[in-house]
Design a protein around this ligand. Structure first.
Ligand code: ATP
Ligand code: MG
Length: 390
């Protein structure tokens, strides 16, 4: 039996004149993501995207899983395709819906006839198919008011589609329609979730990771790449820049007052990330900070960090509890990777008593003990670039 996927657009239908652009981006995204799975035809008609397998080996289960992670889709369903003959439609419906009907208590049938040449009108189609299903599945009641499932029969120009089980889509808006931002990614739980959340709002991601070998290991970098790979199932391809950060961190350790280690390190991170962001036409930075989580995430510390940034810094987790963040990280399947125990540069040379209310002028005085401009330039000249996709 031939099966297709129908996807309903989400919030993008609200976007007025931009709608066409949003739809085009979404169709292109779906085509690109399905490319590795097999050959599919993807088209958008009246806020519904139809995904049709073009070859026998194009795996519809994998395609549905892929579609469930694409932002801009509010809901999707799988449908069976039948010849436009009422007897064939009835036979196909009974066969195709058997599995779903084993899990529900009631149903109703709705029909949509966009091909007006089809001999039966919509109510007649609904009645015929409904009667056939009621006979075939006597344990499932007909309920026209609050059914567990609505079976839809669509008579289109090319064929008839039958579907019933509707799945929630990834929501959000299509990646690429919200600009581009650079995410500062660690191996922790928070930053992959922050990246996912910005991608959900249509933002394309570039990633910046700071590594301090030999204090941090090759495995820690691989862990970050694995996290980004999982985020990329939602966000699409991500270019990752790994910044050699050892010299700057050693300078901070050797020259600055211990209380200010973290805040100064974070200011260097932001300066470097911003350079990389600009080179990649990103318009914002993203971090996984959450207010009050650690000493460097108080309002005062965030203010000192942001003082070196000229582009907006998005912190989508700022008002979230760790438990809520963990909930999302489990959902997007990054949690198990995040909790693998590898050092992050943030955890080397950590002060025993970091300043929670740093004074900006003191931070600047401490920072100026380092001749940091050439060190930043050197780090930027020695970036490692890795392209990551699922
Ligand atoms: P967790 O809090 O779960 O350890 P985290 O990613 O939030 O993970 P923090 O130490 O809280 O780690 O760092 C706060 C933010 O700073 C991160 O969310 C991330 O955006 C950025 N960050 C930390 N370490 C790095 C790093 N090595 N490279 C790039 N960005 C980093
Ligand atoms: Mg954190």
């Amino acid at each position: 039996m031939k099966e297709i996927i129908l996807a309903k657009l989400g919030e993008i239908v609200l976007k007025g004149l931009n709608r066409k652009n949003f739809e085009d981006v979404l169709v292109k995204t779906i085509k690109r993501r399905l490319y590795r799975i097999g050959s599919f035809k993807v088209k958008c008609v009246q806020s519904t995207i139809t995904v049709t397998p073009l070859s026998d080996d194009a795996d519809i289960d994998e395609a549905a899983d892929c579609i469930s992670k694409i932002f801009g889709i509010a809901a999707y369903c799988r449908a069976c395709v039948a010849e436009k003959d009422i007897e064939k439609i009835k036979t196909a419906a009974c066969e195709y819906l058997a599995d779903h009907f084993s899990r529900i208590g009631s149903f109703k049938v709705e029909a949509k006839r966009s091909d007006k040449k089809f001999p039966l009108k919509s109510p007649e189609i609904a009645r015929e198919v409904g009667g056939c299903l009621a006979d075939r599945f006597p344990e499932v009641a007909v309920d026209v008011h609050t059914p567990d499932a609505v079976v839809t029969v669509e008579i289109r120009d090319d064929a008839a589609y039958i579907h019933s089980e509707v799945f929630k889509g990834a929501g959000g808006i299509p990646v690429g329609t919200g600009g581009k931002a650079a995410i500062l990614i660690s191996g922790g739980i928070d930053s992959p979730v922050a990246g996912y959340m910005m991608a959900k709002r249509g933002v394309e991601l570039t990633a910046v990771h700071f590594a301090s070998p030999p204090y941090t290991s090759e495995r820690a970098e691989e862990k970050v790449a694995e996290l980004l790979k999982r985020v990329s199932l939602y966000s699409g391809r991500i270019r990752m820049y790994t910044v050699p950060f050892t010299k700057l961190q050693e300078e901070i350790r050797d020259k600055c007052h211990e209380e200010y280690f973290t805040i100064i390190m974070r200011r260097f991170m932001m300066r470097i990330a911003q350079e990389i962001a600009e080179q990649n036409e990103c318009q914002a930075l993203v971090t996984g900070e959450s207010l009050g989580q650690v000493a460097s995430q108080t309002i005062g510390a965030v203010a000192c960090t942001d003082a070196v940034c000229s582009m907006p810094v998005f912190r989508p987790l700022i008002g979230m509890d760790k438990e809520e963040i963990i909930g999302i990280s489990r959902k997007i399947d990054t949690f198990e990777v995040s909790i693998q125990p590898y050092e992050d540069c943030c955890t080397v040379f950590t002060p025993k008593h970091p300043r929670t209310r740093p004074v900006l002028s003191t931070v600047i005085d401490e920072e100026n003990k380092i001749d940091y401009a050439p060190l930043i330039a050197d780090a930027l000249e020695n970036l490692k670039v890795t392209d990551i996709s699922a």
